[in-house]
Design a protein around this ligand. Structure first.
Ligand code: PLP
Length: 426
């Protein structure tokens, strides 16, 4: 396989003519496919249909402390739900608050609370001249949208397969008191599928931020979302690491069952030190009289415990794994050795991250769209939607059927080839 960059102009022109023809043929098919959304497919959702049957009109709808889950009360979650989400988060139930249906909502609220009320008695961020957040890139677009919404300045920190560049993180947070937080997806990260190494977690736990109200936003959205039984990533538990390092209040850890049961109809939780949780509660008790305890009960009855969760996630993996492998095999077969792209090979999570040659991502996404394949917008994985190299594209293999995914992957590699040839000829 000859690298594109080693080809002569004549060779590139011949190749372009051939690729142009393939592209015209594919466009003529009038495809309408979507590889942009990191959501479970319908057959994954079917796995959780039992949730609809675990409660009925003659069920006992009291939680284990005897509270009627149909009514107000138990604002921070029924004990059995704290146990279940505690097991999932690897923390003691005493360090858990159960929320509503979305962890992203809890992250938004945490920033809103810090803005208007301040963090544990510190000056509310809205009264400060400048508030900044560190953003490991590429990262999750919705995190960046939250900080952008609140006018928080975002600083890019490069990701590595071991996690964010910790030399940079340590230096910045220790020198600049206006840096108040960092967005982290520590396991099977969105979009690269990387898991932070034990050393990275230790270095996070030992951070010495200049700002007393600096917090790590540890979004463990993919904690149990493995693709393989025998090839799983392991993440050191951060709350305990922080406590051991003498920094118990440094981290907020978020989770939800969105991609375990039903996205939008799952349950979310935050785990943190007791002092941090008091901060959360003081806000929450003004905000609501209680979250959906029937849904908490439903989840506990359906999954029972961590073993039930793992067993369920194996069924998700059986559906997701062939899809990931299909995309990865197409990338390897069609683009391997051409020097026009690199991609990650995750062991879990929902995404594959693709890096094209510099300056090509927007054009690849546009070409794919013209051929009927929607990809995540180029730039979405960077704060302000600005990828400085215009090279990162997030691939989401979960939602399409295997048949559609196969077609979409073929369109994608063709668009990468054609855009790269055009770039080299320009
Ligand atoms: N965090 C990450 C990293 C995600 O990828 C997603 C969904 O794609 C979410 C949070 C959303 O979670 P929730 O549905 O609990 O709001």
């Amino acid at each position: 396989m000859k690298k594109y960059s080693d080809m002569s102009k004549e060779e590139l022109l011949t190749l372009k003519a051939q690729l142009d023809k393939e592209y015209a043929d594919i466009k003529a098919k009038g495809l309408a496919l979507d590889m942009s959304r990191g959501k479970p497919s319908a057959d994954q959702l079917d796995l959780s249909m039992g949730l609809m049957n675990v409660l009925s009109s003659d069920s006992d709808l009291k939680c284990e402390t005897g509270v009627d889950c149909r009514n107000y009360g138990v604002i921070d979650g029924i004990p059995e739900a704290k146990r279940l989400l505690g097991e999932m988060s690897e923390v003691d139930p005493d360090h858990i608050i159960i929320y509503g249906n979305s962890s992203l909502n809890v992250m938004f609220d945490s920033i809103a609370r810090s803005m208007t009320q301040g963090v544990m008695g510190n000056t509310p961020w809205c009264k400060l001249d400048k508030v900044k957040f560190l953003c490991p890139v590429p990262g999750y677009d919705r995190h960046f949208k939250i900080t952008e919404f609140f006018g928080i300045e975002m600083i890019n920190v490069p990701m590595t397969p071991q996690g964010p560049d910790m030399d940079m993180v340590e230096k910045l947070v220790s020198e600049d008191a206006s840096i108040k937080g960092i967005w982290c997806v520590p396991k099977y990260s969105n979009p690269q599928g990387y898991t932070y190494s034990a050393e990275t977690v230790e270095r996070f736990a030992h951070l010495k931020p200049a700002a007393p109200d600096f917090r790590i936003y540890w979004d463990n959205a993919y904690s149990i979302h493995h693709l393989y039984d025998d090839n799983q990533d392991f993440l050191v538990e951060i709350l305990e690491a922080c406590a051991k390092a003498g920094n118990p209040d440094l981290v907020y850890k978020f989770t939800s069952t969105s991609k375990v049961s039903f996205p939008g109809s799952g349950i979310a939780a935050v785990a943190a030190s007791k002092a941090n949780l008091e901060d959360f509660r003081s806000y929450m008790q003004i905000q609501t009289i209680g979250h959906d305890k029937l849904n908490q009960l439903r989840h506990v009855k359906f999954f029972k415990n961590i073993d039930g969760l793992h067993e369920h996630m194996r069924k998700h993996a059986a559906i997701l794994r062939p899809k990931f492998e299909m995309v990865l095999n197409t990338l390897d077969r069609e683009l391997g050795g051409l020097g026009i792209g690199e991609w990650t090979k995750p062991h879990g999570g929902y995404f594959i991250s693709f890096d094209s040659m510099e300056g090509c991502a927007k054009a690849i996404v546009a070409k794919a769209k013209e051929a009927g394949v929607v990809l995540t917008g180029a730039g979405a994985t960077y704060p302000y939607g600005k990828d400085p190299k215009d090279s990162n594209i997030r691939i989401a293999p979960s939602f399409p059927t295997p048949e559609d995914l196969g077609k979409a992957a073929e369109v994608f590699v063709l668009c990468v080839k054609l855009t790269s040839v055009e770039k080299l000829l320009a």
